[in-house]
Design a protein around this ligand. Structure first.
Ligand code: CA
Ligand code: CA
Ligand code: CA
Length: 164
């Protein structure tokens, strides 16, 4: 889901596309301060991710490297909550501590994922049914997604059909 331009590897430009998509969705000017700050945050996060995942140090994250990284997470039963937390904050446009359905939907739009399942998935993720996703709810569901062998676990339908 992160290889936005479908060239088979994950690079900084994939993340930049996500930022520009988010900017478009939010009607931000691409030269605005908000957009620049988000770009800087993504660039920083990319350096961190690359340091952990880009094993052959070619500056790109291949699907193999991506899968190997997630296997390692599975073995260690440790989730990359920093990344989840980072994406959560990037989506949380009004920075009010939780994601409303519109903000959640931006994740799909920014990745060009069809939004037909947004309602259904949002309802499942929203464990306490208050109409908002807290960071804890998202992290918990993602943990289910990573660590559950149960194919019906809610996290498994997080992104509809999950592709990298
Ligand atoms: Ca690599
Ligand atoms: Ca919000
Ligand atoms: Ca909730």
């Amino acid at each position: 889901m992160y290889d936005v331009n479908n060239n088979g590897t994950l690079q900084l430009d994939d993340l930049e596309i996500v930022v520009y998509n988010l900017a478009t969705i939010r009607s931000w000017n691409v030269s605005s301060g908000k957009c620049k700050i988000l770009l800087e945050k993504f660039a920083y996060e990319w350096m961190r991710l690359k340091g952990q995942i880009d094993v052959d140090r070619d500056g790109k994250i291949s699907l193999d490297e991506w899968l190997a990284y997630h296997e390692k997470i599975l073995v260690e039963q440790r989730q990359n909550t920093t990344w989840v937390s980072f994406i959560f904050d990037a989506l949380n446009e009004d920075m009010n501590g939780h994601l409303c359905k519109k903000e959640w939907q931006d994740l799909f739009k920014a990745h060009h994922i069809p939004t037909v399942y947004v309602d259904e998935i949002f309802a499942k993720l929203d464990a306490d049914g208050n109409g908002y996703l807290s960071k804890e709810e998202v992290i918990e569901r993602l943990n289910e997604f990573y660590f559950s062998n149960d194919p019906t676990a809610i996290g498994n339908c997080m992104f509809g059909a999950y592709t990298w």
